[in-house]
Design a protein around this ligand. Structure first.
Ligand SMILES: Nc1ccn([C@@H]2O[C@H](COP(=O)(O)OP(=O)(O)OP(=O)(O)O)[C@@H](O)[C@H]2O)c(=O)n1
Ligand SMILES: [Mg+2]
Length: 481
């Protein structure tokens, strides 16, 4: 997806009218026709065809039967159901995870539930492996489909849940009652739109819109187009409560009270930037419908020469702290990196090294990259004391610095004592290489990683990041909404 007229080519199917008319009504009609054309083209790609549906149905049915048999042998009163987007007809063609939930009576304790769940999982997918979320479950691939076999408790209401997965069957039931074929198609379209703009997914790297949230929004507004029209005019905080049963207040830019649980905001992880991003592209797409909004961008990786050009043109100074990436799953790693990024930029700012923009990247190694507007400071810094008339404080300040041979002052300026004393760090690099870096509020795992050693890159040395982070650096230097 590229913003506005990037390549000058309109990928919408009908662009011949451009410039033919000036009337507002005609423009509206043409836009509506463009939008329909784009929607048809996207649906052609995201709607699973009959063959895909049948194959999925076959595999799902077969596995559910196996899971039912295995569960019945372990425990009475169990049942098996399919959940997630493949159960609701809202999956995007080619994205094929089949989530199968095995429900056990709530009289079981958690440990037994976990053991039974794994046993059923292994019986259902013999070459599956165990993964760990809130509790362990079995995952595997069957005929090209990614299968999860997840145990949960069978409860009367989603408010009694003991873990997050217990809610999922309630979501499925709620949506199955409300999604018809038309709305399900609009959900697929909206998911692809959000993927195209980089705002789909409730993982903690993306902090965007989850599948369930997308479905609720489409149902609530009655389709893709009305949803976009509403989003274009949102005034956050936006609060939706489809079942009108919410009883808590949330401090989030988007609040969608879970129809199955009055105390949960389904959009709790959705970052304000992603809400704003959705608003931006909703407006821009309604104004000029085009297919490339639905396509995630793959920027050309940056070359060394390209990177040097950017830096010279911008006149900023980059610094980076590079270390071995902590061995964590992404949902733990990215919050750690974000926290460390915030700490490091604040630490630099506090010492007079003005931060222009910054990012954190991770692969084998991780790096916090900070682009500085100011990377060097003079040997001395100003230190302002109290107004002279505040006698107690003023005398204390004066006495503390009067005999300091390295300080200039104290002198009086604007009625206050001021002194100029030696600065602890005259370069950003000096600060980053010092132990003071550990005072800035790093993520705990990042702190441990840094204790094992890290490297500071500054100025031109930054090109060393290109091999590993070429695409990320390209993204950084071609920012878009
Ligand atoms: N943050 C999340 C993630 C998942 N779920 C529940 O778990 C189900 C399966 O999750 P997932 O596969 O991530 O989402 P899908 O809805 O299946 O969407 P997609 O098409 O992206 O797979 C969801 O439908 C939802 O009921 C949830 O409530 N909250
Ligand atoms: Mg899914």
């Amino acid at each position: 997806m590229s913003e506005e007229d990037g390549d000058g080519v309109d990928h919408g199917p009908t662009s011949s009218h451009r410039g033919d008319h000036t009337g507002g009504e005609t423009d509206d009609r043409n836009r509506a026709r463009d939008l329909e054309g784009v929607v048809a083209a996207v649906r052609d790609r995201v709607d699973p065809d009959e063959d895909e549906r049948t194959r999925l149905r076959d595999v799902a049915d077969r596995l559910m039967e196996r899971a039912e048999t295995a569960a019945a042998e372990l425990c009475a009163d169990t049942d098996v159901l399919q959940v997630g987007s493949t159960a609701r007809n809202t999956w995007i063609s080619g994205d094929r995870d089949i989530d199968i939930f095995v429900r056990f009576p709530p009289s079981l304790d958690r440990g037994t539930l976990a053991d039974y769940g794994l046993e059923v999982g292994h019986a259902t997918i013999p070459d599956g492996h165990e993964e760990y979320a809130e509790h362990p479950y079995v995952k595997g691939t069957v005929e090209g489909f990614e299968i999860d076999i997840v145990p949960c408790f069978r409860l009367e209401s989603a408010t009694e849940i003991r873990s997050a997965v217990d809610r999922t069957p309630f979501h499925t039931r709620y949506l199955q009652q409300r999604l018809d074929d038309e709305l399900a198609a609009d959900v697929r379209l909206t998911k692809q739109f959000l993927k195209g703009i980089g705002a789909y997914g409730s993982d903690l790297r993306t902090r965007g819109f989850s599948g369930y949230l997308t479905e609720l929004l489409v149902v609530e507004y009655g389709g893709f187009r009305p949803l976009l029209a509403a989003v274009a005019d949102w005034q956050p905080p936006v609060e939706l409560d489809p079942e009108e049963h919410g009883r808590e207040t949330f401090d989030d830019p988007l609040v969608v009270i879970d129809p199955t649980d009055p105390d949960r905001n389904v959009a709790a992880v959705c970052a304000s930037d992603n809400v704003a991003r959705f608003q931006h592209y909703a407006r821009s797409f309604l104004e000029r419908p085009r297919i490339d909004v639905f396509e995630p961008d793959d920027p050309e990786p940056l070359t060394e020469a390209g990177l040097r050009d950017h830096l010279e043109r911008r006149g900023t100074t980059p610094v980076a702290v590079r270390f071995e990436a902590p061995d964590l799953v992404e949902d733990q790693l990215y919050p750690q990196l974000q926290k460390s990024l915030d700490g490091i930029t604040t630490g630099l700012d506090d010492r007079g090294f003005d931060v222009f923009r910054a990012t954190a990247v991770a692969d084998e190694t991780a790096a916090v990259l900070v682009e500085l507007a100011v990377s060097e400071r003079p040997a001395v810094e100003r230190h302002e004391g109290p107004p002279v008339h505040v006698r107690n404080h003023a005398e204390g300040f004066y006495d503390a610095y009067a005999d300091d041979p390295d300080a200039y002052g104290p002198f009086i300026e604007g009625g206050r004592y001021v002194t100029e004393r030696d600065r602890a760090f005259t370069t950003a690099r000096g600060f980053l290489e010092s132990d003071r870096l550990f005072d800035v509020g790093l993520g705990a795992h990042v702190e441990t990683a840094l204790e094992d050693g890290y490297e500071v890159l500054s100025g031109d040395e930054i090109v060393a990041l290109l091999d590993e982070f070429g695409p990320e650096l390209a993204d950084y230097f071609t920012p878009r909404p």
